[in-house]
Design a protein around this ligand. Sequence first.
Ligand code: ARG
Length: 587
Amino acid sequence: MRNIQQLLTERLQAILPEADREFGIVQSCQDSKFGDYQASTAMVLGKRDRKPPRELAEKLIAGLELSDLCERPEIAGAGFINFRLKPEFAVRELGAESLFAGPAGKPQNARIAEKPPAESRKIVIDFSSPNIAKPMHVGHIRSTILGDALARIHRFLGNEVIADNHLGDWGTQFGKLLYGYSHFLDDAALAADPLGELERLYKVANDLCEKDESVLDACRKELALLQRGNPDRLELWKTFTTVSWQAFTKIYDRLGVTFDEHLGESFYNDQLEEVISELKLKKIAEESEGALCIFFREIASLNDKPFLIQKKDGAALYATTDLATLKYRIKRWNPDEIIYVTDGRQQLHFQQLFTAAERWLAGVDWAPARRPKLSHVWFGSILGEDKRPLKTRTGDPIRLSDLLDEAEARAYLLVNEKNPDLSQDERKGIARAVGIGAVKYADLAQDRVRDYVFDWSKLLAFKGNTAPYLLYAVVRIESIYRKDRTLNSELRTQNTLSLKELEEIDLAKAILKFPEVVQASADDHRPHHLCFYLYNLAEKFSGFYENCPVLQSSGAIRESRLALCQKTAEVMRQGLYLLGIETVERM
Ligand code: ARG
């Protein structure tokens, strides 16, 4: 599928002088009354050059070669150029056997179009990144779901993605955990719920530290032993890591999330020293009260917020590890972009990291001339119905695994009600897809920077912008063409589309917008654009289906409408796939 918005933009830019090309962007129209696409080029250039915009627009239109795509563009208002696609163009464009490469209709990691390797970008996405020896809490859900959707979207656009889970597997907390483990371990509890037990042991030790100086001292000693590489302590720490990774893997499997790497913070331990000396040598970091800091004196918002990279006692920090990680990633992958997906509370950290990196990379020989773009993709909190961060009744953070269990259980009740005649196994399978899909979709459908209220009844509703609504829409659309025996759910090999009714044309044009919406979701790091699009597409489909009988019509019209159903379902499935949402055959 081609990106029509981009196609129009290219045509418009082709007739502009090089220097003005940036003003030749064509945008999608919100209201189809005015057309399908729109450009404000004539207005911008008119204002700049003090020329009447409508006259400029007239000139541009005269020079544009668009007859294969659009009707003659119209001028509206102060000088907007409006483009309306020809139905014949939509017919041709959608006529291909399958809209996406690969086995007919099967959503996959397939690329939207083969990209010449030179245009493919290499992107490291640092996401999920939970801390070991603790159960994953709902706070990690957004990073995991959002990061995975971004990875899928970028791969689909033809980019190379390295999904890297930057596990929090090193830090001062391990002194207390080691102490707790050697004094209070409950073997049975460890076997039953390893992460729960490790979390409890940490808490027990932590509480004791507050009351008893000698315990605090003992914990410090444990930490020092671990940091100096004492074999027993290292062995235990490895157990913590293994046990944690096993538990995390269960959750990732449930969510269908995969990684290319999971180099945790500890992986960079032996690279910290070098980074610190480099920063000292280049005078990027300086000593302050015994510690080592990077100051940002010339930046008003950061001038009183130094980036601490080494404490008085010589210990490195989260920041130091992130600097070493950056160096490693550049040397290993030389990426075009690195995307960090975390909570909004880490905004300051990443602002400091990116600013420090800019200076650092300018003066080192290992950094490529074209430095990677660094993006912090942050998100707001998930709130309970009381509008406060989501917690259990006892005030503890909610475990992700419990949340997913509840989602499946609630979805099972709904599926039972709707499909009493399906087998138990089938109902369970559907409930899993709907439950997990609903949790993911509720998260992705929000603009990520907003907090959102987690409300079971809303996210599992069959009406509105929800996963159950979209999953059900796909099932319903597919059931239409499944009923047609001749079609036999195989995609047509010939182009049978002919678009006459308004609703048919509208739906076809909506399908055509898929690539540009995926692109916008990637550019903006905001998959909610795609969610909103899919919801809209499902609504458009309803409009079409109400007004244009499909199975009751006959001949070429019936063929065309069946094909339109198929194309809609194909895009819906692919879109849901990009969001990491599994579709179902029945519901
Ligand atoms: N482990 C951290 C946390 O749970 C997130 C790490 C994010 N990635 C990074 N490179 N700092 O808050």
